[in-house]
Design a protein around this ligand. Structure first.
Ligand SMILES: [Mg+2]
Length: 376
């Protein structure tokens, strides 16, 4: 319902509900009922585009000015209303729960409050370098009481996906990535090769040289890999191109990642891109913004999708992830997205709400002060 309110508000704010023109015949009401009844309203952006096109089309016919606004996110003002309206909160980790190795202010109290209200908490991350168990240790180190079952990393998603399609146990998985993927595959009972072990391998270019590859590899899983090299590209490419039915799975296609807080670093998308280039195939993505993890969670816990709120700091992964599944979305400005990025005319991804950090759930007064001091 928020999306409808959002679309309506935007157009109404600009036009006052009426499209004005000097030409008498161009004076018509903005079709509020159109937005409420049109199937496109299932997607707020599509709804706006379609509505806007309709208006623009009419306007142009009569020589009227066109509308260029779109639905926009609202600052979170009533946290209780949002909390009461959902039963599960899915949190992205980096930029929401922690930044690097530092906990973001107020997180423990916020999670405690949500748990005391009976909310289910789930933590998702596109980072595939760690397994669920390894992430559990990170939460513990930061003083957070989070169980492995509440953590969904894209490394786990890759193994869960293979399980969901009954990937044959006699087949092997070639891993382009780090330990997290290997550990999750191991837990799921799959044989694998590659990974960090192939990090030091080089190819030898001499006349007639041919690289052998394992014909039992039935899937190549590509994730973020600090030890990425040409050997891995060639080996994985041979598997995908020459082994009949071999799957090409990506944990994520993130353009950048934050290895250090000094700059942005090339993300998992750069490794995946190499294979897209060499195989001319598109991967099956299991991490955000693909809905696989969301659907898995909904099935696993028996949660109605409308009862989920996705909380994240990235528009192109977290918020899109939530919107792709039709869930409520809350953007926090404690990570990579600034208010100016959210409000830039170049940004087309609008969450339902935004706020400075998740501890604003505890004190909306604090949120209001922050938003005011940052000149909304
Ligand atoms: Mg993040």
């Amino acid at each position: 319902m928020f999306s409808l309110r959002s679309s309506t508000t935007t157009i109404a704010q600009v036009t006052g509900g009426v499209c004005h023109s000097r030409h008498r015949s161009c004076f018509h009401s903005v079709p509020i009922n159109y937005r409420l009844s049109h199937p496109a309203t299932r997607n707020p952006l599509l709804a706006f585009v379609k509505c806007s096109r309709k208006l623009r089309s009419n306007c142009n016919r009569f020589g009227m000015a066109t509308f260029t606004t779109r639905a926009s996110a609202q600052p979170l003002q009533n946290a209780d209303e949002l909390i009461d309206s959902v039963e599960t909160f899915i949190f992205d980790c980096d930029g929401v729960i922690w930044k690097g190795d530092s906990l973001i202010e107020g997180v423990p109290d916020t999670l405690d409050m949500l748990r005391s209200k009976g909310k289910r908490l789930v933590f998702v991350t596109n980072n595939s370098t760690k397994s669920r168990k390894q992430y559990g240790k990170k939460f513990e180190t930061l003083g957070l009481n989070v169980s492995e079952e509440e953590i969904f990393a894209s490394s786990f998603a890759a193994a869960a996906y293979l399980k969901s399609i009954n990937f044959p146990k006699e087949k092997k998985v070639y891993v382009v990535g780090e330990e997290g993927i290997q550990k999750e595959l191991e837990l799921a009972g799959y044989q694998y090769l590659g990974g960090p072990e192939d990090g030091g391998k080089k190819i030898e270019l001499k006349p007639g040289f041919l690289m052998e590859h394992d014909e039992d590899v039935g899937a190549v899983v590509v994730g973020f890999d600090r030890y990425f090299n040409y050997y891995k590209v060639q080996y994985g490419t041979l598997c995908i191109r020459e082994n009949p039915g071999c799957l090409f799975i990506a944990t994520n296609r993130d353009a950048v990642t934050h290895l250090t807080d000094a700059q942005e670093w090339a993300g998992g998308g750069s490794m995946v891109g190499a294979f897209v280039g060499s195989t001319q195939r598109e991967p099956l993505v299991v991490g955000k913004p693909s809905t696989f993890m969301m659907d898995y969670l909904a099935n696993e816990f028996g949660i109605s999708k409308s009862q989920i709120c996705m909380v994240g700091d990235r528009l192109d992964t977290d918020i899109l992830f939530g919107q792709n599944g039709g869930r409520k979305t809350l953007l926090v400005l404690s990570g990579v997205t600034s208010l100016s990025m959210l409000q830039s005319p170049n940004n087309s991804i609008q969450p339902d709400f935004y706020t400075s950090k998740i501890s604003d759930f505890l004190s909306l007064k604090a949120a209001a002060v922050w938003l005011h001091s940052n000149e909304i």
